[in-house]
Ligand binder design. Structure first.
Ligand code: AGP
Length: 607
């Protein structure tokens, strides 16, 4: 949430910062701004997109040191005044911030008592004033003084007209990277902003600050003692971080299409055909430790939570270990019992979601073991876990998660297989699942080939104000994920329900105006599911049924979407893909900005 960039070097900073902000827009897109230090400090900021900022950027905004920000509002609406950077009254200090200053209200009141005029509604503005009011001789000392007064989470970058050769940055709970160039240095909240310039990066740790000048960077703690954080080369393909539509198509579309390849990457080198199992070296657990696991608890937010539910089913079915998933955002608030023989699994695309990160920290504080299923390499959650695996989905830019979600499912399937094979899962079942996993990329391709038909169904669904997504057991988390995707980008009210629960209440809402998307795989529950479809049909409710060829839907009036048959345990993945396309085409039909849905941002780094 919110993107931060910074630059110190030989180039004109302003255009470079604006270009880098364009690559961070998925982190927040309600306003943007830059501050540049030349002969004086100059700030330009605007409510709106980065392109709106680019339009008003002065032709002459000289300066080779600067910071920039793209905002996702937390304190105060999206206005020019609330956009970052924030400055002090003299205009010497500028600050960009990602995170939340929890004691901002008290600090605002204190500053007002001291005669300071506040010009925004934000929590961040206080920081600029606190830096300006510090008596310290150095910018580092001033920033530390200000940090001593604030409570909360931050990734911060500060420039000061009196110290025109540097950017000082600080991290506590929100990501911050320093990028090393040739006689130039970069700062960013996200690798995406750096890769065009450098792939040599240092990740700051929580509690760490850095001084960044054109010739390098030094890291230190709040007591000004030095730390030894160094920069490393990261193995990434810079072109994968390009923003904006590809061939005129939203990123969500290209990311959906990439799923055969991303699933293949997630599987690569992890299947062992000879012993009919999976090898996830990153777990750092031997067979004895895996056998000692008595329970699995999965934690994630939003779609990651729903895939966690699919993962829990996989683990229970294949490893016969009790498993469940819980919203990480709720977990630590109910004072959970942390058990030594439970394996906790944190699942996150960004690796930054604060709720998931705090849940991981809570578990570790209480002595529990947590492994991560994370996409972004080196991210906070990946680093906070005891071990885990990377998903290899590649950069995901669209807010609506697609390819990361399917690789999460694969991650859970691999984990379940490995856990199962050190327990009672037979070689024959292991082989069956290995083959099933290997078939997935081609089968996803087949689902994607059915896009045209799905697009037709989506257009009809887009006209409804409200709709249901229903499924049972393995199909229920699929329905939840389908409803989530649909509401996220179409802004239609989409509610997921267990098919079995319909007649206990929600059936009252079924009418010709309220369509239902039903998940009906060919499995042990097909007959019961079909019976529920009849109940919906009898009340005039339009039906879209995602199912397998051969499932007999009799004389039901339905729009039918068939997906290829997989192994039953793996069915949820292939059933999920058409729901992504449904949401996408409904959003397109409604004329929405698919990649940047209203009120949302890609990484949720605030509670
Ligand atoms: C998915 O489409 C959503 N944008 C959202 O629910 C997301 O899955 C959630 O915020 C978790 O993000 P993470 O995977 O980066 O932790």
């Amino acid at each position: 949430m919110c993107g931060i960039v910074g630059y110190v070097g030989g180039q004109n900073a302003a255009p470079l910062l604006v270009e880098a902000l364009g690559r961070l827009e998925h982190r927040g897109y309600d306003s943007a701004g830059v501050a540049v230090v030349g002969s004086q400090l100059r700030v330009t900021k605007r409510a709106g997109r980065v392109r709106d900022l680019a339009e008003v950027l002065p032709k002459r905004m000289p300066g080779r040191v600067g910071i920039g920000h793209t905002r996702w509002a937390t304190h105060g609406p999206a206005t020019d005044a609330n956009a970052h950077p924030h400055t002090d009254e003299s205009g010497a200090v500028a600050v960009v911030h990602n995170g939340i200053i929890d004691n901002a209200a008290a600090l605002r009141a204190r500053l007002v008592d001291q005669g300071v005029s506040l010009v925004s509604d934000t929590d961040t503005e206080v920081f600029a004033h606190l830096v300006a009011l510090s008596d310290a001789d150095t910018l580092e000392g001033k920033v530390v003084d200000a940090l001593d007064a604030v409570e909360g989470t931050y990734g911060l970058a500060v420039v000061h007209a009196g110290f025109p050769d540097r950017v000082v940055v600080a991290r506590n709970g929100s990501p911050l990277l320093v990028g090393v160039g040739d006689k130039e240095m970069f700062v960013a909240s996200d690798l995406a902003a750096l890769v065009r310039h450098t792939t040599t990066v240092a990740h700051l740790a929580d509690g760490e600050l850095a001084t960044v000048t054109a010739s390098g960077f030094t890291t230190f703690r709040r007591d000004l003692t030095r730390t030894q954080t160094t920069a490393r080369e990261v193995d990434v393909d810079p072109s994968a971080y390009e923003h904006g539509p590809i061939d005129g198509r939203p990123r969500m579309y290209t990311e959906m299409l990439e799923q055969p390849a991303s699933v293949e990457r997630a599987l690569r080198g992890r299947l062992d055909e000879r012993f009919a199992t999976a090898h996830l070296g990153g777990l750092e657990m031997d067979a004895r430790e895996l056998r000692a696991v008595r329970r699995v608890k999965i934690l994630g937010c939003g779609s990651a939570y729903y895939v966690g539910q699919m993962g829990a089913s996989l683990i229970e079915e294949l490893a016969r270990v009790p498993a469940d998933a819980e919203a990480a955002s709720e977990f630590r608030y109910r004072s959970p019992v942390i058990e030594p023989d439970t394996l906790y699994v944190a699942v996150s695309q960004s690796g930054e979601t604060i709720d998931t990160l705090l849940a991981v920290e809570e578990i570790r504080r209480k002595g529990g073991r947590v492994i991560g299923l994370v996409n972004v390499v080196g991210s906070a959650i990946a680093r906070a876990c005891d071990g885990g695996i990377y998903l290899h989905a590649g950069p995901e830019i669209a807010v609506a998660s697609t390819k990361a979600l399917t690789t999460m499912f694969v991650g859970f399937a691999l984990l379940a297989l490995q856990l199962g094979r050190v327990r009672d899962l037979s070689v024959a079942d292991g082989r069956r699942l290995v083959a099933g996993l290997q078939n997935l990329p081609a089968q996803i391709e087949q689902v994607l080939d059915g896009e045209e038909r799905i697009a037709q169904a989506a257009k009809a669904l887009a006209e409804a104000e409200s709709l249901f997504f229903v499924g049972r057991v393995r199909g229920f988390p699929v329905a939840r994920e389908g409803a989530q995707k649909f509401k996220e980008i179409s802004y239609r009210h989409a509610e997921a329900y267990q098919m079995s629960e319909l007649k206990h209440g929600p059936l009252a809402l079924i009418s010709p105006e309220v369509p239902t998307v039903a998940i009906v795989p060919d499995d042990e529950l097909t007959d019961r599911n079909v019976a529920a479809l009849h109940e919906i049909d009898a009340r005039g409710g339009p039906l879209v049924v995602v199912t397998h060829a051969g499932v007999d839907l009799g004389d039901l009036r339905v729009e039918r979407i068939d997906v290829p048959r997989s192994e039953r345990e793996l069915d949820p993945l292939l059933l999920t893909v058409p729901l992504q396309l449904l949401a996408y085409h409904a959003a397109l039909a409604l004329g929405h900005d698919v990649d940047k849905p209203r009120n949302l941002a890609k990484s949720v780094t605030v509670e």
